[in-house]
Design a protein around this ligand. Structure first.
Ligand code: UGA
Length: 473
């Protein structure tokens, strides 16, 4: 089929590369010539494991990129994959969606039936809005010449290809049988796993993915599909906020949240996923989507109070981390804190709206100096937080220089391999706050560190408390 994807951000570039790999003739359209040029030359406009390889394998064969919307007139399906930032009132700002719809409308052909798909996360009712814009700008008739479909994306950054090729479910919201039919045809190679070996065979997730059950195909109306996306993301945010609050209570009562989460997750109704403690959730999806969902619920006079509580609790979690370091150091004034990890999670360069920004801001406000490192997200973090006077370090070990504390915020795998002995030598005092309960406690305390996690008993240096004992985590 002929596919056009509008937008080459996280969702657009992954979606386009995936359809191209499935054999569809796919064109990515972006107004930014640099991004278009990057795809044309076989490199990825964003950092996402495996994506560049996929682009290189498909570009010029089934994957193309352009700044013009011309390919829309030849397309069977047009995917809207543009950003939906948060407006000042918390709702999603649909400026880019509307302008994409207008441009698509101007290029729709009256000689073919085109399905326009909302892939971006958009509020309930947006499919209707896009349909109206298309009708106005094209003069064509919905249902006859085109149809708008909601097909929310559930990929996680860092695992995007795995999630796209081996999803749990594919949700399609539409009002026209013809549109459902075209979506089934588009996704058939993905559901049936055709051409997978050719493009993905050497990727690390391939074997495990092939052992997973086929994706569940789920058809519904457009509004329900739009709602599924928000309700899912908000539910996951609630789940994390919940385990983070339980962690705080564990800490107060002397229980171990790692074991508590494990024991809870063994109940298949609860499940083990998304019970990993952190300094809070963040990133480019959960904060934006919970804000929109909450704002919309208030407008509809049906406030989602549980989502409101999860958002507040998440802020408290960020603050909790700062208070914990402060309690340990007595006062933060004049102290130096080394931060490991600025992205909202590992394996991404996405440093927009991360908990690191909130936490660093609080540390600075309390008088601390901050040295920070991130393997992939440092330049984006610096760009989106130009006001933060942070000393950025090229080597992770350098955050330890004269530091009174190291706070690990993102569990990048490479932080396990650091020269922790040299880090200890460079610090003023050997204190690590591991907000992901990620570092191997024995190895760290044996080097004379005091190690605190979240919701787990603190670990004193081996010399101070006798032989170190590995806990359940
Ligand atoms: C999230 C959803 O998981 C995807 O299904 C969805 O498609 C995506 O948003 C989106 O709307 O586009 P993503 O934001 O990439 O994906 O990242 P997650 O892996 O969900 O992590 C979100 C935040 O929660 C991160 O800060 C992560 O560190 C944190 N988290 C996650 C925890 O603190 N604990 C956990 O157990 C899991």
């Amino acid at each position: 089929m002929n596919v056009t994807c509008i937008g080459s951000g996280y969702v657009g570039s992954v979606t386009a590369a995936a359809f191209a790999a499935l054999g569809h003739h796919t064109c990515v359209v972006d107004v930014d010539p640099a991004k278009v040029e990057s795809i044309r030359s076989g490199s990825s406009p964003i950092y996402e494991p495996g994506l560049e390889a996929l682009i290189r394998r498909t570009v010029g064969k089934t994957l193309f990129a352009d700044t013009s919307f011309a390919s829309v007139s030849e397309a069977d399906l047009v995917f809207i994959c543009v950003g939906t930032p948060t407006a000042p009132d918390g709702t999603a700002d649909l400026t880019y969606v509307k302008s994409a719809a207008e441009s698509i409308g101007r290029h729709l052909s009256k000689d073919r039936f085109t399905v326009v798909v909302d892939k971006s996360t958009v509020p309930v009712g947006t499919a209707d809005l896009v349909s109206r814009i298309l009708a106005e700008t094209s003069g064509l008739e919905p249902g006859n010449h085109f149809a708008v479909v909601s097909n929310p994306e559930f990929l996680r950054e860092g695992f995007a290809l795995e999630d796209v090729f081996f999803p749990d479910r594919i949700v399609i919201g539409a009002e026209h049988e013809r549109a459902f039919g075209m979506m089934r045809e588009l996704y058939r190679p993905l559901v049936k796993r055709e051409r997978f070996g050719e493009f993905l065979g050497d990727m690390p997730f391939f074997e495990e993915g092939m052992n997973r059950p086929e994706a569940v195909w789920f058809e519904t109306d457009t509004k329900s599909a739009e709602m599924i996306k928000y309700a899912s993301n908000a539910f996951l945010a609630v789940k994390i906020s919940y385990i983070n609050e339980v962690a705080r209570l564990c800490e107060a009562l002397g229980a171990n949240v790692q074991d508590v989460a494990r024991g809870m997750g063994l109940d298949s109704r609860i499940g083990e996923k998304f019970l990993q403690v952190s300094s809070g959730w963040s990133g480019s999806c959960f904060p934006k989507d919970t804000a929109e969902f909450l704002a919309t619920s208030r407008k509809a006079d049906s406030e989602l109070s549980i989502v409101r509580a999860a958002v507040e609790s998440n802020r408290d979690m960020h603050r909790f981390v700062v208070r914990k370091a402060e309690r340990k150091l007595g006062s933060l004034d004049g102290k130096t804190v080394g931060i490991l990890g600025l992205t909202f999670k590992p394996d991404t360069d996405d440093a927009r709206q991360t908990q690191a920004a909130f936490i660093i801001r609080e540390l600075l406000a309390a008088g601390a100096g901050v040295r920070a490192h991130d393997p992939k997200g440092m330049s984006m973090f610096r760009e989106v937080n130009p006001d933060l006077p942070v000393h950025y370090c090229d080597r992770p070990e350098d955050v330890a220089e004269g530091a009174d504390a190291i706070i690990l915020l993102t569990h990048w795998r490479e932080y396990l391999e650091l020269d922790w002995s040299a880090i200890g030598d460079a610090m003023r005092q050997r204190y690590v706050l591991d907000t992901r309960n990620f570092l191997p406690p024995n190895r760290i305390v044996e080097l004379g560190f005091e190690l605190e996690g979240i919701g787990v008993p603190p670990r004193k240096p081996a010399a101070a408390c006798g032989t170190a004992v590995e806990t359940g985590h």
